[in-house]
Each structure stands twice: as C-alpha cells, then as structure tokens.
Design a binder for this molecule. Structure first.
Ligand code: M6R
Length: 603
C-alpha cells in the first residue's frame, strides 16, 4: 500500500526521503507529499498524482531540513486530491499513515462536534486531530501518541514529527514498519519497507504491534527508544543488520521492471533449485522428509493464490495429501475447520498482505503450525510463521507479479518432492534445468507472441481456459492481462465454458486456450465449441501440431517435452509475455497500473 519514509539527522532529509519514496512508489502512486521541519515550523509540500509531480515542486523550492517525513499514497478514504495527500499536519504535528482507521467516521463526527476542523476526507487526519487534542490536554507527545493509538481501531502504521523537537516517532498495528539507524553518520530513519533504507541504514529494527519507537539524534549519537503504550520500556522489537543490496533497483536495459523480472526467471529458477537441492536450503527441505500432516490449508491473495492452486495439485498428486486452497479474505471469515496436525501454508511475495497475515494469526490461535512460502525475509509473515520457505526472487518491483509466481510454485514443488524423498532423483534437477532453458528460449524468441498480441490487443474481451494443472494458469494469465492492459479477462476451466460463459462468445471475444498434452482431445472439443460461435482462438499448446494449427486463429507452440510437472510455469511465462505486449500496445503504465499497489496492507 502506501510508502512511508522518515529521516532525522545532520544532513538534508529531502534526499533520503525522496530516494526512499522513489523506491516505494510502486506501492502506491495516487499522490505524494513531504513534511519538513524548517526554522521550527512544519512545512508541508504535497501534490496529487505521481511522485514526479512532487519532485518538480521540490526542485523549484530546494528546501533544506534536518527532519522530515514523506509518503506516497494509495487512496483508501477520500479521493485522489492534493488535500487528501499525506502528510497531514497542523501547528504542532505532522503525520503520515499507511492502513485504515476503521472507526474514523464515528471519531470524526465526535471531534467535529467538539469543534475540531478537518482539512481532508482521510481517516488519517483523525489520528492527527486526536493526537493534537490529547497533547493540548497533557503536553506530552509520547502519552498523546499512545492515547490516540488506543482510541483508533484497524490496522495501521504511523510516523509522526513534531514542532517541539527533531524526534521521529512511529508505531503500528499489523502493518509493516521498520526503523533504522546509522551510528557513524548519526542518522535515524523510518520506513514501511526496509527496501527504502538500503544504503542509508546499516542497522534496522522491526517493532512489534503497539510499540512506540522514538528516534533521537544528538550531537554525538543516534538513539532509538522503544516503549509500550503505558510508556514503560519495551523489548518487543527485532534487530537485524541490513544486508540488502541495491542491484534490483534499476531496470537495466529493459523498458519496464516487469519485463526485466520476466527475463530474470531462468537464472532465478536455477539458483533456487541449487539452493534447495544442493546448498543451504537443503537442510530446511530435509526437515520435510516423510512429513505427514493430516491436511494442508493454503491461503493467499491474487497471484499468490494462483500459485497455491498449482501447489495444491502437487500435494495431492505427488504426495496424496489433502490440501485446501482459499483466498485469504474468504478464509479468515468463514470459521474454517482447523484441526491439530494440519498445517497452514501462507503464500506471499511481500509477506505483508493484511488478509494473509490474518489467516496466519487465525491458524496460530487454533494451535496449528504455520509455514510460509515468502519472498521478503524479515517481513511480518516471515517473522510470524513457524517455518519459512524463502523463494529468493530478489526485490520484485513490477506491481504485476511475475517472477514471484514462478518461484513460489517451484518452492512448493520442491517441498512436495522433499516430502516424497526424491530430491536426489537426477530427473528432478534435469526437469528444472529444462524449464529454465525453455523459459530462456521464450525470452529470446518473443517475436511470435508479440505478433499475436498485435492481432488481438483491440478485442473486447479475453477468456483464458485450461484444464487440470493449467486451470490455475488460465486464472493467472487473465489476472495479468486485466491488471496491466485494463481489458476484461477471465480465467475458466475449459470444460466449464458451456455452463454459462459461452454466452459471451462472439467475434470480439478471444479465447486464449491452454492445451496441454494431458486431456488433449477433451480440450480440443472445448475449443471447437468456442470456434463454432465465432470466437477468436489463440492456442497455447504443444508445438508442431497440425491439428492445433488448423483449429486456431493464432498458435503459440511450446515444447512441453520433459516437463511433466513444471510445464504450467513454462506456459505461464508465455502468458506473461502476451499480457506485457498487449499492455505495451495499449500504452498503459505497465509497472504502475492504475488503482493498484504492490503490497496490500489493508483488508
Ligand atoms: O505480496 P503478496 O504476494 O501477498 O500479494 C498478493 C497479491 O496482492 C498480488 O499477488 C497481486 O494479485 C498482484 N498484483 C498480482 O500481479
């Protein structure tokens, strides 16, 4: 969701804040703002639209300040306007917020009845007004922060600066927040993501929920204090040295991060396999050998949910273990049946998705173990689970998830093979190597997919179909297309079309039909049904088939040979390219599609 950065130190806060916001802009890009303490006043500069708009204002004004906070917004309460952009401030405090204040409506009415005036439609301003109200009563910032935080409900993170000092304050509930410091340069930092602090803060701290962090920079030192809400000292935080590097923060020769991330897949796949089969990761997987939970509950959102559907297939087909896969926002409210001996498996790129985190909590409360398949080491999910299976994708910047999906599925597959006890089977490494090679070939021969994209990009709607293990890929292909190309697309089980959606078919509708070597004839019959109704047929299937050539309007031929378990990943990369090139022809903002944010930290 929103990106937050704060700085206090001897230098100009503008540089690190704007650099941090640029790195986090993929998380939210409706508007951006900064508040700087200049000559003992809190000065706010903010602007609707992308961060570049704010940067232009800052370039004109060239402000200098030792203390500041910045924010890039993904709107929840209140439209996309400059007034609703963060920070929100007054003569005493300025606040940036990530999350939702659920009781904001009631509190706002009460505060307005008491005579407080609001400048925005945001829920975030309610926190500012509460803080100010309490401060006017007690003249104590820490106490007022605690009181304001105790008054609100919902999951949020706040960073606060005040007119009275150069301190940075922050706290959170079920939302990402990291505090950092650099002892040598005497600088303190806060962010919603450690990624923003790479190169700035060699030491980072992850506070737990409801811990107030207070950063104090003096002439000789920088100090971070942690308090409980009753203001007693807190030890509820985790310290970590910040070992992240910057190599993932540039696009290199690629036009978009999404394209770069698609191209990274062959080498990341091989590296992940080496890590889990031959290197340090092997020990983690070996702990699963002969593992027999009584059942698996997989939960995730979006693309990660689709990865869960593929992994369920492995657990059932390879291990013959029963597995359910739920969308996290459904699972958490359905009063799920959770029995001892079962495992909750949570799949997430960011490790910060609010609904997925809530499902993990639920499993924990019910006494069942939690495993994660996660990318971000140190994320909330990572910290809360009993066992983590990292996917080592590096930073994924494109809002449309690509490499994370492939590596989530591959990790699930390796977990399944570990339980089966076949990690040393030479055919396993061979299949993974073959997958990497095939994806590599796709990456260097994308012309035919580009041509198909140019023929169909203006069509009215897209129905992706697949059967068996390709059904989740149909769902994922459709999601990728709709999120970056803004066209209606849905994924269906091929055999299900005739039960309703076939009514949509006409010459303006494209059926992207995935045909695997399995259930070949049956899938063909499903395509015939669409063809008979004048739908445009794009087949993604085994190459060299005259039958498929004849049946389709456009044919993307792939070599499925030697990929009995991993072909869904291969097909998926072809669909990633197709979505990318359709979006590119439509001229959309591929890395920052409208209305989306990279990490969804509100429910
Ligand atoms: O960080 P997570 O994997 O938990 O995120 C889950 C979804 O929000 C995410 O996969 C989303 O659907 C992507 N935009 C899809 O490309």
């Amino acid at each position: 969701m929103c990106g937050i950065v704060g700085y206090s130190g001897p230098g100009n806060s503008v540089g690190p804040i704007i650099e941090g916001l640029s790195r986090l802009e993929y998380r939210g890009y409706d508007s951006a703002g900064i508040c700087l303490k200049i000559n003992d006043e809190l000065q706010i500069i903010k602007k609707e639209g992308k961060l570049d708009n704010l940067k232009a204002l800052i370039n004109e004004q060239k402000p200098f300040s030792h203390t500041g906070i910045g924010h890039t917004r993904w709107a929840t309460h209140g439209g996309v306007t400059t007034d609703n952009a963060h920070p929100h401030g007054n003569e005493l405090f300025a606040v940036v917020h990530n999350g939702i204040i659920e009781n904001a409506g009631t509190l706002k009415k009460e505060l307005q009845a008491e005579g407080f005036v609001f400048k925005s439609q945001t829920d975030s301003e309610v926190f500012l007004v509460l803080l100010t109200k309490f401060y006017k009563q007690n003249n104590n910032t820490l106490q007022s922060i605690a009181k304001a935080f105790n008054t609100i409900t919902g999951n949020s993170a706040f960073v606060i600066i005040e007119k009275a000092s150069d301190k940075l304050y922050c706290l959170k509930r079920s939302a990402p927040l990291v505090v950092g410091d650099n002892k040598e340069t005497r600088e303190a930092f806060v962010s919603s993501d450690p990624f923003a602090l790479i190169g700035f803060a060699p030491r980072i701290y992850f506070p737990q929920d409801a811990v107030i962090c207070e950063s104090i920079v003096t002439d000789i030192d920088v100090k971070i204090n942690f308090y409980e809400l009753d203001l007693s000292p807190s030890e509820r935080y985790k310290f970590q040295s910040n070992a992240m590097t910057m190599d993932s923060t540039t696009k290199g020769p690629y036009e978009h991060f999404m394209l770069k991330e698609i191209h990274e897949q062959p080498s990341l796949i091989e590296k992940l396999a080496a890590y889990y089969i031959k290197n340090q990761g092997r020990q983690i997987l070996d702990s699963l050998k002969s593992y027999r939970p009584t059942g698996w509950h997989l939960t995730a959102c979006g693309t990660a949910w689709h990865a869960g559907l593929v992994i369920k297939n492995y657990l059932e087909q390879i291990n013959r273990q029963s597995a359910s896969v739920d969308i996290a926002s459904e699972f958490r409210y359905k009063n799920p049946i959770l029995n001892k001996g079962e495992i909750g498996l949570f799949i997430s790129q960011s490790g910060e998705t609010a609904d997925t985190l809530a499902c993990q909590e639920l499993c924990k409360e019910n006494g069942i173990q939690s495993f994660s398949i996660v990318n971000v080491e140190g994320s909330t999910l990572f910290r809360n689970c009993d066992q983590n299976f990292l996917i080592h994708a590096g930073v994924e910047i494109g809002v449309a998830s690509t490499k994370a999906f492939s590596l989530q599925v591959l990790t699930g597959y390796l977990m399944s093979r570990a339980m089966e006890g076949t990690l040393d089977d030479p055919s396993l490494f061979k299949e993974i190597k073959l997958l990497s090679n095939r994806i590599g070939e796709l990456c260097s021969n994308v012309e035919s997919i580009k041509e198909v994209a140019s023929e169909i990009y203006n069509k009215k709607g897209f129905i992706f179909t697949g059967r068996g293990k390709y059904f989740p890929i149909a769902l994922e292909g459709a999601l990728k297309l709709k999120e970056i190309a803004y066209v209606h697309a849905e994924g269906y089980a091929a055999g299900e079309l005739k039960h309703g959606p076939i009514a949509l078919i006409d010459e303006q509708i494209v059926n992207i039909a995935i045909v695997g070597p399995e259930l070949f004839e049956k899938t063909i019959s499903n395509i015939e049904e669409v063809k008979a109704r004048k739908g445009v047929i794009v087949i993604v299937g085994p190459k060299g088939s005259s039958e498929l050539e004849h049946l389709s309007d456009y044919y993307i031929g792939l070599d499925f040979e030697g990929l009995p378990n991993l072909s869904p990943l291969y097909v998926n990369v072809a669909l990633q390219f197709l979505a990318y090139h359709i979006a590119s022809l439509k001229g959309t903002d591929i890395d920052k599609p409208r209305n989306l944010a990279k990490s969804v930290t509100v429910e």
